[in-house]
Write a protein that binds this ligand. Structure first.
Ligand code: SF4
Length: 203
């Protein structure tokens, strides 16, 4: 066998062998890990479920002064099938909760939830039988945005926290994430894991 034939044979072995397959798989994993997550985190499509005064701050966040488009989340959608980020802004009546649950169920995976304001997160000042004392009793929540109402900057912190989750976790669906991240943000930008409800209540 001459030298040229031997070289061609070794190249063929290289091309048909596992070496190329492994490298291609590594490259596709890299694109999936960084490329897709990067694109996804800058193209969140929020569904605004605004029921009360927090909704006004949510609208301000989308307007020109705060311009949530800078974070790639300006495409508000009122169809759950076109959205991947549910923003619950305001108090939720017990009668309304099944509607919210159905909307959440109709959103495609992967999907995330922001609970905006004291009322959505705890019932706020509405300590009454008719108001849900925190939507996390009925559905997973990834990020809590505190305040009554939260300022647009704090909501933007919440959206950026979702971006960090997307960047880290990628396309894991909500069931794999086991009921939401329950992370609380502040205007200072420091995320805090949320404690157990019973411990918070001092029980
Ligand atoms: S948290 Fe405050 S601002 Fe938001 S809905 Fe409740 S009462 Fe209104």
């Amino acid at each position: 066998m001459n030298a040229r034939a031997a070289a061609r044979r070794s190249v063929e072995a290289l091309v048909s062998g596992e070496w190329v397959t492994t490298r291609l798989e590594a490259v596709s994993n890299l694109i999936r890990r960084y490329g897709v997550n990067w694109c996804r985190k800058y193209s969140l499509w929020p569904l605004p479920f605004a029921t009360a005064c927090c909704g006004i701050e949510l609208m301000a966040t989308g307007a020109s002064r705060y311009d949530v488009a800078r974070f790639g989340a300006e495409v508000m959608r009122f169809s759950p099938r076109q959205s991947d980020l549910l923003i619950c802004a305001g108090r939720v009546a017990i009668k309304m909760m099944p509607v919210l649950q159905r909307i959440y169920a109709q959103m495609c995976e992967p999907k995330w939830v922001i609970s905006m304001g004291a009322c959505a997160s705890t019932g706020g000042v509405f300590d009454t039988y008719a108001v849900v004392q925190g939507i996390d009793h009925f559905m997973p929540v990834d990020v809590y945005v505190p305040g009554c109402p939260p300022r647009p900057e704090t909501l933007i912190e919440g959206i950026m926290a979702i971006q960090r989750i997307v960047d880290r976790e990628g396309i894991r669906n909500s069931q794999d994430r086991q009921g939401g991240y329950r992370m609380t943000v502040s205007a200072s930008g420091k995320d805090q894991p949320r404690g157990d409800r019973s411990r918070q209540a001092g029980e």
